[in-house]
Design a protein around this ligand. Structure first.
Ligand code: XIL
Length: 825
């Protein structure tokens, strides 16, 4: 016994509470009536009593309403501390009940060793919050630190029980704390979100690549070795860099520059373009960076930032202007927008026009919130060629629980757009500390902001956690989730080297230039998993097909003993062809372009399905198109596309010498049509565009005689209309028409399809049967297939009875082809 006690090591390994006495009785209510905090009994849990905390109302600052404990014990900088408690929600608004656990210094600057929000539903849920003490505290009270649960939210009622806050001593590794809930949901290798993200990445970040190897006569070269070598990803993968780092003449400077070239295709200047810096010391380094980057392969450069409208981020004279005449302040800002954006014109691709407006609002307090839209307008005038971004933090951070910040940002963006502010992109800073957001929550938040229809970008990513494996895992998962989201166009780290990082622990590369696990993750994802470098050989048709990530490629092929390289830009939505040797183009004539139902030619009409007959294009075997990833009919089938004035139209099928496509709604006056096969365009043919050109589908594909019509029985069953099965008067028939329908399925619910110029409202359609128009109130029309309209029409009671009764459909003022009939009893 004595020996054990004397040795002391055992005692040191036991964690000690940092609360002096019983945690339950240490906390008291602040910011709301004391009666909002009571202690209740709990059954069936590892604890028997809990706080019952009511939030009676919301308030401006997140710390306004909280329960707090001052009676804390000394603790040292670097101590690992674990807070554990259970929580449940008894009542809340639309969102689950929440609390933010905070350990902070008792006075200004209120240094927070942890600020961590958790939520819970009706069931008790365990929260595990590991953190590292940021300062040493020897005293209590205002010279020490205190512990609180912030509950400043919409009215809610929560219970918290079983609190322990234990100190494990200096630098005790989090991985040895035995945590079960930490670090974030979705980290497990088989988490459901992973499959969905992988599928989406495959779909939206890659495209089909077709390499055609032919000889000088145009004959296919079989077994030709081919290589697709990616040179640059289309997606922006980047980092913040320091202009002075780029100018650094030391060995570190050389490695800094090398690393940037190796790791990134996009860059943001960390501090050099910030207003106060730019007006004092940073013009030289900014200029250097803006010249150096494009000269070294990085042409995609973000400007950061034009206006950061809080006192601590504005030049001193502008801070003074906050108290003067508003017009002076307004002019100083507008002049700055014009000046700095003229200075960077042609050198940056996008600009953070407005930074952190949710928490930085000193300027808005003087000029009004409406002024934010004006800044975007002025920015557009100053540099019309650059994308204009807004940028803010705590949107995806803090477990995804900072709803106040999320809502605030959302409303600011809404306000700017409503006032006509030309905002192109929404920046999400993504500075993570302990409370790591699950990928599923990240994706839900991205969806919410994607609904603005603007591009999104992760602009300032870093993860400051002590555990390097957690840091690496979260880096991998967060980037993956973001890369899988269709609205995200870029992902930037906020620094990469420990020697130049605002939060050195977050760096990917150590001071000595060795790479950290999170750096390995970056390299593996971007230059291995999401990088394309494939080899293969052509088939007997001289074709090699692959899927590759979007971006710039060099395509190599060897034919006749000679290796050649062609550059290829692989873009989404169209097949990407790389051609070696001679490629013969197809031929089309005006006479070969006809309505797919009536076979009438001479003109085309918007929404009409046309069949184009010609030579030298199309696959040997019939190829039907499908719907692309947006649910829109694809613009390619069997390597065949149809271009109307250069615009690829939805295609239905292709076959050697023929292809069916749907005339875009944007066609007007006259249109130039050409058929492209394996990347080679035929001669163009010009045709007039008619307002409408209805055609009824017939049974034998002749465009004449028996219509493709179904008799609809009373029970809804159908039978093909024929002499043996005539239609009944007063009952419905279903017929099919092209030349009046939407070209794409999105049109069906009245929403605008992604396809350009689509759709104009369908013109009025009427049906005449044996000279009598069907005017039944319950006639129905709708799209059955892109370009094909289904009509359900009642046979008028006064229609004639005959084996072949003439059937005509009218769309606007145009009639379908003559000679189409149905049988009526
Ligand atoms: C930081 C820089 O990284 C530091 O070097 C500088 O001292 C302060 O600013 N949000 C932003 C960035 O928009 O501009 C900040 O950058 C980090 C938080």
């Amino acid at each position: 016994m004595l020996v054990l006690m004397g040795c002391g090591t055992l005692a040191a390994q036991q964690p000690v509470s940092i609360i002096n006495g019983d945690p339950l009785s240490c906390f008291s209510m602040s910011g709301a009536a004391a009666s909002n905090l009571t202690i209740v009994n709990v059954q069936g849990q590892p604890f028997s009593r809990a706080w019952h905390i009511k939030t009676p109302n919301n308030s401006a600052n997140p710390w306004d309403i909280r329960i707090r404990c001052f009676n804390t014990l000394p603790a040292n900088k670097g101590d690992t501390i674990l807070a554990r408690f259970w929580m449940r929600t008894l009542a809340s608004g639309a969102r689950p009940g929440m609390t933010t656990f905070v350990v902070e210094k008792g006075r200004d600057p209120y240094t927070k060793s942890v600020q961590w929000t958790v939520s819970a539903g009706a069931e008790w849920k365990l929260a595990e919050i590991p953190f590292t003490m940021l300062e040493t505290y020897t005293a209590t009270g205002s010279e020490g630190y205190n512990i609180s649960f912030w509950v400043t939210f919409e009215p809610q009622e929560i219970e918290i029980g079983g609190l322990s806050v234990l100190n494990y001593g200096p630098n005790f590794p989090y991985s040895k704390l035995g945590l079960t809930a930490w670090p974030y949901e979705g980290r497990e290798p088989n988490a459901a979100w992973r499959t969905i993200a992988a599928q989406r990445i495959e779909r939206i970040r890659k495209a089909d690549i077709v390499v055609l190897v032919r000889d000088e006569t145009g004959a296919p070269v079989a077994n030709a070795p081919v290589r697709l070598r990616m040179k640059r990803q289309a997606f922006g993968f980047g980092s913040a860099v320091a202009g002075q780092g780029l100018m650094d003449g030391s060995a570190d400077g050389a490695r800094y520059r090398d690393s940037i070239q190796q790791l990134f295709n996009k860059v943001v200047l960390e501090n050099d373009l910030k207003w106060p810096n730019w007006e004092t010391w940073s013009r030289e380094s900014a200029r250097f960076a803006l010249d150096w980057l494009p000269a070294h392969g990085i042409a995609d450069v973000r400007g950061h930032n034009v206006i950061w409208p809080g006192k601590s981020n504005l030049p001193p004279d502008v801070v003074k202007l906050l108290g003067g005449p508003p017009d002076d302040l307004r002019k100083r800002i507008n002049d700055h927008i014009a000046e700095i954006m003229a200075w960077t014109r042609g050198k940056v691709t996008e600009w953070d026009v407005l930074n952190e407006p949710y928490s930085n609002k000193d300027v808005q307090a003087v000029l009004g919130d409406a002024e934010m839209a004006v800044w975007f307008k002025k920015a557009r005038e100053a540099d019309p060629g650059v994308k204009l971004y807004i940028n803010d933090y705590d949107i995806v951070e803090d477990g995804g629980f900072d709803f106040a910040h999320q809502d605030g940002y959302y409303n600011i963006i809404r306000g700017i757009l409503d006032r006509g502010g030309p905002l192109d992109g929404i920046g999400l800073q993504s500075h993570f500390s302990g409370n790591l957001t699950s990928p599923e929550r990240v994706l839900a938040i991205l969806d919410r902001f994607a609904a603005f229809g603007k591009e999104l970008e992760v602009t300032e990513f870093d993860v400051t956690v002590g555990d390097e494996q957690v840091q690496a895992d979260f880096t991998r998962d967060f980037i993956t989730a973001c890369f899988s989201h269709p609205s995200i166009t870029g992902f930037l780290m906020w620094g990469f080297w420990e020697g130049r990082h605002w939060r050195p622990q977050a760096a990917m590369i150590r001071r000595d230039w060795s790479i950290k696990p999170n750096g390995e993750v970056w390299r593996d994802l971007i230059f291995n998993q999401w990088w394309t470098d494939v080899r293969g050989v052509t088939g007997t048709d001289g074709v090699f097909r692959a899927r590759g990530f979007l971006g710039d490629y060099d395509v190599e092929a060897t034919a006749g003993g000679q290796m050649k390289t062609v550059p290829l830009k692989v873009v989404r939505g169209s097949p990407n062809y790389a051609l070696f040797g001679k490629q013969a183009a197809g031929k089309v004539t005006a006479a070969g372009i006809v309505n797919a139902a009536s076979y009438a030619g001479g003109a085309v009409a918007p929404g009409e399905m046309v069949t184009i007959y010609g030579a030298g294009f199309g696959p040997r075997q019939l190829s039907l198109s499908g719907y692309d990833s947006d649910g829109v009919l694809a613009t390619v089938a069997g390597d065949t596309r149809v271009l109307f004035d250069g615009l690829a139209a939805p295609v239905v099928h292709s076959l050697e010498g023929q292809v069916s496509a749907i005339v875009p709604y944007s066609a007007a006056g006259s249109t130039s049509i050409s058929v492209e096969y394996q990347g080679a365009a035929s001669n163009p043919v010009s045709l007039p565009v008619a307002a409408s050109a209805p055609g009824l589908f017939t049974l034998d594909y002749s465009g004449k005689g028996q219509a493709a019509a179904l008799n609809v029985n009373d029970d809804g069953s159908t039978v093909l209309n024929s002499a043996a099965h005539p239609a009944q008067k007063g009952r419905f028939i279903t017929i099919f028409l092209t030349g009046a329908g939407q070209t794409n399925p999105r049109g069906i619910d009245g929403k605008l399809p992604a396809y350009p110029g689509n759709p104009v409202p369908v013109q009025p359609v009427s049906v005449v049967i044996g000279g009598v128009e069907s005017r039944a109130a319950d006639n129905w029309q709708g799209m059955v297939f892109p370009g094909v309209l289904q009509l359900n029409v009642r046979i008028p009671p006064d229609a004639p009875s005959a084996l072949a009764v003439a059937l005509t459909a009218r769309v606007g003022s145009a009639s379908s082809q003559p000679g189409v009939t149905i049988s009526i009893q």
